[in-house]
Design a protein around this ligand. Structure first.
Ligand code: F6P
Length: 361
């Protein structure tokens, strides 16, 4: 190996630049390899010449470790095997990407992405004979094969911080504050930030709820003399079609949003309380990466380079039982993990008296 490429793919999150830093420091500093960033995810490989940027260790000595986003850019649209064309049809453009990789003169690729991006990269790598190692990142924390994915901790921090900021204003105005958070199909951000931020109610897609139970719980809080309540709603919590925005992108990925407003409206009607709703949105993808995200970015970046050096292509790096390890990408992406309703966090929340709206509180 003399030259490797790295790309970030899918939705951005905090800690991606920290991954680039670790990869560049290890690859150039440890093995003397040249590292090229591919811009705009796989889209940089459609361009002729391919969109490459030489990354050097000196670029990463200052601010980038601390900066969210990705200096390479990213994309979460367009499966190359069924690329959406302007006339509404789809076309297999995978050969263009493989040719772009060959034109770039790269010997191996590190792909940073969630399960969707990794599935696409694996297919490309297998078709084109490209040595590939993947690094998991997602604010949704839904890759079951690793206990930690880069970006999740910062998103949790942002959501907890939002509750810290909502609580005093809720108490000052005698209000119920509803906070809608991201997480795609999983309720991890809602559950974890909800516990950490002192929520009274947490609604997640993994637990079916009845708003009458939620209303009873909130009435009880007021009856006992507290003058505010905090409600966290995961974006994929089911709600009526009229209020939940569910968009399916060209590549089949689903976007959610808006259920928090409906929950807020219902709580107001059922309890008579004054309710305000905050939809946190993409703020959860920004912010200064937490120490945990920077640490995991560093661990994963170094390990990914070492795996390529050891000839272990086809693997995703993972954090399991306090160790960095690796497993085949194919197995990693098959292990989707949403909230374990029988797991320790749900029982902790129940132990704290947090209401899931399922009548078990
Ligand atoms: O997967 C990350 C994520 O931020 C989800 O939590 C959210 O549902 C989605 O991406 C938003 O996608 P977009 O940036 O395309 O609006």
């Amino acid at each position: 190996i003399k030259k490797i490429g790295i790309l970030t793919s899918g939705g951005d999150c905090a800690g991606l630049n920290a991954i680039l830093r670790a990869v560049v420091k290890r690859a150039e500093g440890g093995y003397g390899w040249e590292v090229y960033g591919i811009e705009k995810g796989t889209h940089g490989l459609y361009a002729r010449p391919p969109l490459l940027r030489r990354l050097r260790p000196g670029m990463f000595n200052g601010a980038l470790l601390r900066q969210a986003g990705t200096i390479l850019g990213t994309t979460n649209k367009g499966d190359p095997f069924a690329y959406p064309m302007e006339d509404g049809s789809t076309s297999d453009r995978s050969d263009e990407l493989i040719e772009g990789f060959q034109l770039a003169g790269l010997d191996a690729l590190i792909g940073v992405g969630g399960d969707g991006s990794q599935a696409i990269l694996l297919k490309l790598a297998e078709k084109g004979g490209i040595p590939l190692v993947c690094i998991p990142k997602t604010i949704d924390n839904d890759i079951g094969a690793t206990e930690v994915a880069v970006g999740y901790d910062t998103a949790m921090q942002v959501a907890t911080d939002a509750l810290d900021k909502l609580q005093p204003t809720a108490a000052s105005h005698d209000r119920v504050m509803v906070l809608e958070v991201m997480g795609r199909d999983a309720g991890h951000i809602a559950l974890n930030a909800g516990i950490a931020g002192g929520a009274d109610v947490i609604l997640i897609p993994e637990i079916s709820y009845d708003l009458e139970n939620v209303a009873t719980h909130i009435r009880g809080i007021y009856d006992r003399g507290r003058n505010f309540a905090l409600v966290v709603v995961a974006e994929a919590t089911p709600g009526p079609a009229s209020h939940q925005v569910t968009r399916t992108m060209e590549d089949g990925q689903v976007r959610y949003g808006g259920v928090g407003h409906w929950v807020g409206q219902e709580i107001a009607q059922r309890t008579g309380a004054e309710v305000r709703v905050t939809v946190l949105g993409h703020i959860q993808r920004g912010g200064v990466p937490t120490p945990r995200d920077r640490l995991m970015a560093s661990v994963f970046g170094v390990r990914a380079v070492d795996l390529l050096a050891q000839g272990k292509a086809g693997h995703m790096v993972a954090w399991v039982n306090r160790q960095v390890t690796e497993l085949p990408i194919r197995d990693a992406i098959a292990a989707f993990a949403n909230v374990d309703v029988a797991g320790p966090l749900v029982s902790t929340a129940r132990g704290l008296g947090i209401c899931f709206g399922d009548g078990k509180e």
